[in-house]
Write a protein that binds this ligand. Structure first.
Ligand SMILES: [Zn+2]
Length: 427
């Protein structure tokens, strides 16, 4: 065209309002591979061709991971495109993914690998969540971003055997979102919160993983398959996701969606624990759960019971309030062997903040003793704040941050020592 202008057009058979293009001198990896279905093509700058090849193998793994759980890939193929600079993160139009430059320099299993995996798995998830099934309105944005982040966390947890991403997302919401910035996930003004990412991406992914904990992996993914089958190439509301989950599981999930999509905040619980010897020689573990939130939450509490002989047992105890004002529950569990300690939500499955009524009784057996000291000392130096910056640590747990400072340190150990012999009040 005159004036050195260039005109072009492109066609693809799908209706979408979500398209993107990039202009650079690209090398294409995977263009000649006719065996992989769907075709996966990587568009990289020439000096990234060497790293692109093994990364393409990783993307093939992600693709089959999602196809096993959600549905066959909905489009004729996918183009993974490198941006020439490091601005922004990723963007996923229909059948494409754009990501910032350095992601494509990652070494499999080495430097940059977790950033590559987390971002690519998130963007690839958007082909199902956001492109194939589209959120209808502002209040439904979780159907795009929360599900994409859920998928990415699922991939890193199961395929890479690493729960870092999941736990960092969880801690990020609980410890960085103040009450004034919080919004329900389904609020139409959730975009206007300065903590939009923490609410929709981080809380959203954690909430969906809690739903997975409620339902189990099979029903969770059966539900997502129903959702995709019912609403592919269509617009969806949060209610449609609930109906699909209910259809697959046969359960009433209105309480779960009301609690997590229409309310703000997270579980906030004060625990008291005791272990009592029963007349028949058995032992009863007792946990008193006091909810400190304005409205009580319903949840499945994972508990690890460790026995005096060193063995342990993982159980789930249901906390089901009679109504939203029913904030105190006493949970009991009878066991045959002497108990060394009890640990609620050891792997941080719940979006929660916990404190203890008897702060130094970290193992919740009703007595502050040497076992609490050892457990606390073992965790010294784990922190989620480093020089005023939030720095989530998978192994940090507020139960051991007895003198609250977002850091488990000598002050916490000292507090256990000075509380030795304290017993929890009977309940
Ligand atoms: Zn996204």
């Amino acid at each position: 065209m005159p004036n050195k202008r260039l005109a072009w057009h492109f066609e693809q058979p799908e209706r979408t309002s979500n398209a993107g293009f990039a202009i650079a001198k690209y090398e294409v990896t995977g263009a000649a591979d006719t065996k992989t279905t769907p075709p996966i093509r990587l568009y990289t700058l020439p000096n990234f061709v060497v790293t692109a090849k093994p990364l393409r193998e990783e993307i093939k793994k992600m693709m089959s991971f999602y196809e096993e759980r959600f549905s066959a890939f909905p489009w004729a193929g996918i183009n993974i495109v490198q941006l020439a600079n490091n601005f922004g993160g990723g963007y996923a139009p229909l059948s494409g993914t754009f990501m910032y430059r350095n992601v494509f320099g990652a070494k499999v299993g080495g430097q940059g690998y977790s950033s590559f995996s987390e971002l690519t798995a998130h963007e690839l998830g958007h082909q199902w969540w956001g492109n194939y099934v589209r959120p209808l309105s502002n209040g439904d944005v979780s159907l795009s971003e929360s599900l994409a982040e859920y998928s990415s966390c699922l991939y890193t947890e199961i395929e890479l055997e690493n729960r870092n991403q999941l736990i960092q997302d969880n801690l990020s919401f609980v410890y960085t979102v103040g009450a004034q910035d919080d919004r329900p996930m389904q609020a139409t003004n959730v975009y206007s919160s300065p903590k939009y990412v923490q609410i929709i991406y981080h809380k959203g992914a954690t909430v969906l993983h809690m739903l997975r904990h409620e339902l189990g992996d099979d029903l969770m993914h059966k539900g997502l398959q129903v959702y995709v089958a019912n609403l592919g190439r269509d617009y969806a509301k949060v209610k449609d996701l609930r109906l699909a989950m209910e259809q697959a599981s046969g359960l009433d999930l209105e309480w779960f969606f009301e609690q997590w999509w229409q309310r703000k905040g997270n579980i906030y619980v004060e625990f008291a624990g005791r272990v009592e010897t029963l007349k028949d020689g058995k032992y009863q573990v007792k946990l008193r759960v006091k909810q400190l939130t304005e409205l009580a939450f319903r949840f499945k509490l994972p508990v690890r019971i460790t026995y005096a002989d060193g063995s342990y047992e993982d159980i789930d105890l249901d906390v089901i309030p009679d109504d939203k004002d029913d904030r105190i529950a006493v949970l009991t569990h009878t066991v045959d062997k002497p108990v060394r300690g009890v640990r609620p939500d050891r792997t941080r499955k719940l979006l929660r903040r916990f404190i203890h009524l008897t702060p130094a009784d970290v193992n919740l057996d009703g007595l502050v003793d040497g076992a609490d000291l050892i457990e606390t000392a073992f965790r010294v130096n784990r922190a989620i704040v480093w020089k005023n910056n939030f720095f989530p640590n998978r192994l940090w747990d507020e139960l051991f941050d007895i003198e609250p400072s977002y850091r488990i340190d000598a002050d916490d150990v000292d507090l256990v020592v000075s509380s030795a012999g304290t017993t929890s009040v009977p309940f």
